[in-house]
Design a protein around this ligand. Structure first.
Ligand code: FAD
Length: 411
């Protein structure tokens, strides 16, 4: 029986572990925390089947100036942290030119197109249907020019990918969301995405499925990974040393740090985003993205969750509550938000590769070492799909999509 240690129990690692276990491998899933406790917890819970194009970096000087002078809440940065980000951001900038972005989108569309189907089989097998809504999410705009541009972009996507949306007048939006006290100039309703009431809970359900089909979850530090005497890989867990033929690095934003020890340098654009729940106020029916202020309001099990846009902070930098405070203020103008549930907000880090595509495949200089990370803004959507792809590659099966665009050697 083939064996693997999957490092990291976020959505990406858990999905990899399930797919390998389903193929008859003996799999241990290692994390220093409970499954789904980091980035895969603190997100907006959108399974974004409409996101056929990855987020490019803006080349619009007005938008860049707004970021530079701090007048947009969607993207913020800390001056002292910029040295960590400059290199990967320059590469991201280059890859965001139309020709490169079109190439990335062609590959992205292949995996986004499978995302809902792959989640569906996990949801069914893990009996997690009660955590899911299949009615899309909405976007609210505050300027007519922004709404017009968004409708034009959505019409383009509809033409190419046949995605479904409807436009909303302010009246439509107020009718759909009784808790709203302001509907801006109206918005869009993406009709096909799914939304999740408890993203960490969904990852836990998938992890329970993994143990039910014979997988093992172990606690330990992935930094203990080393080659074993028998030509495989070993880690130190709370229960002692563990060995396997293969190891999969699925540590999300922490992946490049571990791989440095093995001589691999992966540039990563790390976009922090904050989250907090609020209870006792009005409740939205579906998640709502406030485009002008760059945050999502999502109805979750614990209350209404705010998740913010991107902050470029130092990797171990402290919380800076400016972005969340601005989002909270804007949200309070839209609905009665209630009081914060947690004493302190949390944050997660979107692990974005400069070319906007995840890294999926075998390490070039180490046999049995597999890499699976860098899912950026859509890891929660993509985990089960790319989990299948890497399991197929490891198991020598015909891959579901062409794996070439995601190959690790491109870095
Ligand atoms: C604010 C915000 C909103 C988002 N909204 C969405 C959304 O609506 N839809 C969507 O598709 N995506 C969304 N995303 C992106 C998505 O959440 C991420 O792409 C995804 O969660 C990444 O999953 P992962 O498994 O790669 O990483 P993680 O979930 O971070 O998992 C990595 C795991 O590695 C473990 N680990 C790290 N180091 C070690 C170590 N040394 N030893 C042992 N274990 C270790 C961690 O404990 C963690 O469990 C959002 C992200 C943010 C921040």
């Amino acid at each position: 029986m083939k064996s693997a240690i999957v490092l990291g129990a976020g959505i990406v690692g858990v999905a990899t572990a399930v797919h390998l276990q389903q193929r008859g491998w003996s799999v241990a899933l290692l994390d220093r925390k409970e499954p789904g406790g980091e980035t895969s917890y603190g997100n907006a819970g959108l399974i974004q089947s409409e996101a056929f194009q990855p987020y490019a970096m803006s080349h619009n000087w007005r938008e860049l100036t707004n970021i530079a002078i701090g007048s947009t809440n969607a993207v913020r940065y800390r001056l002292a942290a910029l040295p960590w980000h400059v290199g990967p951001l320059l590469s991201y900038w280059r890859h965001s030119f139309p020709a490169s972005h079109a190439r990335a989108s062609a590959a992205y569309a292949q995996i986004i197109g499978c995302a809902a189907r792959e989640h569906e089989s996990f949801i069914r097998d893990s009996e997690a249907g009660n955590l899911i809504r299949r009615e899309g999410f909405r976007i609210l705009y505050r300027k007519h020019s922004a709404l017009k541009a968004a409708v034009a972009a959505a019409e383009n996507l509809r033409e190419v990918y046949d995605v479904k949306f409807s436009t909303l007048t302010p009246w439509d939006l107020m009718q759909a969301e009784a808790a709203l006290t302001d509907a801006g100039v109206g918005g869009l309703h993406w009709l096909e995405p799914w939304t999740v009431f408890d993203p960490g809970g969904l990852v836990s359900a998938y992890a329970n499925l993994f143990t039910r089909i014979g997988g093992h979850i172990v606690r330990g530090d992935a930094q203990s990974l080393s080659t074993s005497g028998t030509g495989g890989w070993s880690v130190i867990t709370e229960g002692g040393r563990m060995e396997a033929e293969a190891a999969v690095v699925a540590l999300g934003p922490w992946s490049p740090d571990l791989l440095k020890r093995f001589g691999y340098r992966f540039p990563m654009v790390r976009k922090r985003g904050y989250h907090r729940h609020y209870a006792g106020g009005g409740r939205l029916d579906l998640p709502l993205y406030d485009a002008a202020n760059g945050y999502v309001l999502a109805p979750m099990t614990k209350g209404t969750r705010i998740t913010t846009g991107a902050e470029f902070a130092a990797p171990s930098g402290k919380l800076d509550l400016t972005q969340l405070a601005c989002a909270e203020q804007a949200a309070r103008n839209l609905l009665e938000l209630g009081r914060p549930v947690e004493p302190k907000p949390g944050f997660g880090t979107r692990p974005c590769m400069p070319d906007m595509l995840p890294v999926i495949g075998g390490a070039s200089r180490h046999r049995g070492l597999w890499l699976h990370f860098g899912h950026g803004h859509h890891g929660f959507t993509l985990g089960p799909t790319t989990g299948r792809l890497i399991a197929e590659l490891m198991n020598n099966e015909a891959p579901m999509v062409d794996p070439f665009p995601y190959r690790p050697e491109r870095y």
